[in-house]
Design a protein around this ligand. Sequence first.
Ligand SMILES: Nc1ncnc2c1ncn2[C@@H]1O[C@H](COP(=O)(O)OP(=O)(O)OP(=O)(O)O)[C@@H](O)[C@H]1O
Ligand SMILES: [Mg+2]
Length: 408
Amino acid sequence: MWSPAVPEPRSTGPSGGSAPVERPPSIPPPAPAPTPPAAAAAAAPPAVLTDGLRKHYGEKRALDGFDLVVSRGAVHGLLGPNGAGKTTVVRILATLLRLDGGRAEVAGVDVARDPRAVRRRIGLTGQYAAVDEIVTARQNLVLFGRLFHLDRKRAGRRAAELLEQFGLADAADRAVKEFSGGMRRRLDLATSMILAPEVLFLDEPTTGLDPRGRSEVWESVRSLVAGGTTVLLTTQYLDEADKLADRVSVIDRGRAVADDSPAALKRQIGGDRIEVVVREPADLAAASRIIARVSSGEPDGDPETRRIAAPVTDRVGALTHVVRTLQDERITVEDIGLRSPTLDEVFLHLTGHRAEGSGPAAGEARADATGGGDGRDSGDHTDGGAGRRAPGGSSRAHGATGRKETVA
Ligand SMILES: Nc1ncnc2c1ncn2[C@@H]1O[C@H](COP(=O)(O)OP(=O)(O)OP(=O)(O)O)[C@@H](O)[C@H]1O
Ligand SMILES: [Mg+2]
């Protein structure tokens, strides 16, 4: 079955779709809602709801009763390791995949019953960058504007606005193949925002980016949220969810295993980690004892790397105490700091098992966000047959951005 190639332009307000989305000047505002704003807000359904969502690929159970509620105007993080089911959730919500059981709604619209209405409300930035390399950033945006039925003039105006908003105005007329990973990702985000959707799905927006690229993308996401868009963002990094999300759902083997604010989640797993690397292996035991006095859980020492990590709730107090005591006892340290728990640590705590397919080294690589060689699979399977060659040769998996997609 084919989904429509091009979503309809959002010229009128959808019934029940009264989210406070600030529309860009070149996009006509929706018709005013008949209900008073306060009453409408109280009655408004969540931006995203899934209830007992199920999906299998042959024998493989990808989603096994997945529940999720995303409030309007929120940034909701969906945190999970490779193969947990994140992309499957996003693709069902974006109407690119058919669900096998349970219920999924976007802004109160059932994705199975009315996928066209869902597509009018959403934007999607898939797991793999989908912009066209050969043409310029401006040309990419104009092309997408035209796909969304904007006339030439409005498409040009909207492109200029988005280039400004995403900090790409200076690079607007350069070919995308000259862009850094962070710039590409920001352009990718900009293409999903052409019609200022109510709900934006971002599938691992910063995986593979260096720290600077990540913070650039985070800035862009923050500016979208300030404009009223609800964001559902998948990630393998707790620190990303921590920085961006109001709420985090942790997904493991197709089920939600936690749903909380990032702060509460961190508290639940014992807080941030203090990490110390001692110079002399002989000092490891003494340093461990010092750290144990301020930590909220057992210190975890690794003789090979001379590194000790332990959860702490009073971050500054713990760090100060440990630095002073190590100095008093003349223990030389090579490194000391505070960091967010890694996905592995979150998983171990919440599920009692390590994230599948990730040893401790992989967990570290993810926490450092070095991307690239972090052992992730190519993810080709996640396309479910829907990633296609776009005109101009870029590969994309964006049904919601005006691409023909197979609904699997
Ligand atoms: N088209 C497909 N055919 C068969 N199995 C699939 C397909 N797509 C996904 N899967 C499997 O379903 C499970 C969930 O995959 P999904 O892509 O949703 O995970 P993910 O959390 O997005 O992982 P990643 O972090 O690697 O992107 C995995 O075990 C995956 O191998
Ligand atoms: Mg994925």
